[in-house]
Write a protein that binds this ligand. Sequence first.
Ligand SMILES: Cc1ncc(COP(=O)(O)O)c(C=O)c1O
Length: 402
Amino acid sequence: MVRSNRMRNVTYDIRGPIAAEAGRMEAQGIPIIKLNTGNPAAFGFAPPANFPDILRENRQLNAAYSDSKGLLPVREAIAAYENGIGIPGADVERVFTGNGVSELISLSMQALLNEGDEVLIPSPDYPLWTAAVRLFAGKAVHYICDERADWNPDLGAMRKLITPRTKAIVVISPNNPTGAVYPDEILQGICDIAREHNLLLLSDEIYDRVLMDGETHTPLASLAPDCPVITYNGLSKSHQLCGYRCGWMVVSGQTSEMDDYLEGLNVLASMRLCSNVPAQAVIPAALADPHYARSHLEPGGRLYRQREIAYTGVCSIPGLSAVKPRAAMYMFPKMDIKKLRIEDDEKFVLDFLREKHVLLTHGRGYHWEAPDHFRLVYLPEPEVIADVMERLGDFLETYRQF
Ligand SMILES: Cc1ncc(COP(=O)(O)O)c(C=O)c1O
């Protein structure tokens, strides 16, 4: 059997062939430091202690299907929370819960795209966005984020990519893989472009509560009450609950002309019956404490310290540099590939895994065109990160591809 033609161009390298090789090495008894996924609980970050009680209390209800969009009190809590942070008109009828934001990305692309419709996506991206657009016959068009401008999108370049087939712009802020938080002027600029060309804004805000250095986050929808916007969020990162598969999306702004699309979303949500109900059950409690685990992000906190060690470690290795991430749990270091004599970032990541037993992901896996970046997850304990930095420095001292 072969996969369908529409999957030919669909990849997700964070869990791709190199991660599979790491799995084979582990099966042979080789311990691997896996820095490929942003999975906080796997590194000891604890989920809220009262959640098992909530699950026990709702045992009977949790065993039943819910409304396709989600339990009503849960959607009420989400709508109230999103309204409270400035998303205009967030309403229970336009809130959809999902098995993680991941499922909702697919669902919203599936309902939106006809063959050849174009969606603007950042480069580098969180690759699920590109994969979902391609899977549903759309064309992913990447707009450059500029490393020399703190990884902010280049709005001039974005504007030039718009064609009569463009339907939507994806915005990921705070960003994976760069850790950038876009300032309001940039977000405003993106809204202006969407307004001018009548485009749907798709705003992935899953890291909006994982901020450092006094950063604040402005929901994109709050700047565009006159535009159709879908805001995506969930508990995987803020409450360290990746395994629950708990996400939601809110359709807001100018929705008067979206009835048919909203009906399409309803049909797709109904076809998957409902999202995981136990995961929905913890959402109201989580949103009552949206800044759970904030202490990790403050100076001296665990994630903060790990970021410092990772950043100074990368910057001290000859041939590497990085923009300091201010949010999320990732860094996207640049390799001076001429000096390091590297021509293939994927081969570099594979060779590093085989020799030093650390799993990174290569920059082209994030739809970054040049083979000169990789992504590092800084979730392990400080001493593990320090060890990884030592292994990386040793490796690059002698590694050459040409
Ligand atoms: C930017 C971004 N969006 C969405 C997701 C998916 O999150 P979820 O666990 O809610 O499916 C991730 C996961 O890493 C992510 O980094």
